[in-house]
Design a protein around this ligand. Sequence first.
Ligand code: NAP
Length: 255
Amino acid sequence: MEIVEKIYDVIVIGGGPGGLSAALYSSRADLDTLILDAGLPGGQLNNTEKIENYAGFSSISGSDLAQEMYKGALQFGAEYTFGPVDRVENTNEYKQVISGKKIYRSHAVIIATGSENKKLNVSGEEEFKGRGISYCAVCDAVFYRNKEVVVVGGGNSAVEEGSYLSQFADKVTLIHRRDQLKAQKILQDRAFANDKMEFIWDTEVEEIMGDSFVNELTLYNHPTGERSQFKTDGIFIYIGLVPNTRPFADLGILN
Ligand code: NAP
């Protein structure tokens, strides 16, 4: 293992909006700050087509806002390094942050590791990942031009990304396990007014099937208890997020 010589005041783990904001504040307060990131600066902002509810920007693409946040975070001297964190040790003297073969030390650690997409955990989900199953409309919508796709979920992400997908696909069917959406009303209104969007309520996806690509789903309808087959060219899963807390489990940090 290589111990990095410099001892930081603050190590921020995660370079999403939370981590970049934390680094901006700590470096501006004259604290020696290192951001350790495991992905693109801006995190999941990069997977969002358009942001129109962030103060100061009437409308901006997720990746442009990510770039702005990144520039802002580094303007007072914070350092940024790619380094997925394996674990953090809380010694008497320092916090030790272990990333691969490197050990970084600091007086404080800010955990801003965000979350990853929750999985449906149904048969076929692992098998067809990247072959008709996606968790990122901005990344993959273009592959579904003139095709028919399903979006699963009823939150802001499902409804917003479903609307985005409708710019490419011929038809977007949103399948939700309840009879009403949880998404903000403005997003619901847009989706209900969208000719290309259809809704299947009270229904869960039980199985994802296909040949080389996804072509069919088994659906389970709650009130009736009936199962049915549904043909589709792809499925986008937006059923929420789980926190990235694995590196901190030893410290008892789980959510
Ligand atoms: P979310 O708000 O947690 O919504 C998850 C949706 O998936 C819910 O409708 C939930 O159903 C459904 N669901 C959960 N587990 C399921 C399962 N196993 N099978 C089927 N359906 C399941 O997640 P999100 O939409 O990804 O949003 C995450 C956070 O980001 C939220 O705080 C959201 O407000 C925010 N966000 C904001 C914006 C924006 O401001 N424009 C855009 C995107 C996301 P129930 O409704 O029955 O619980």
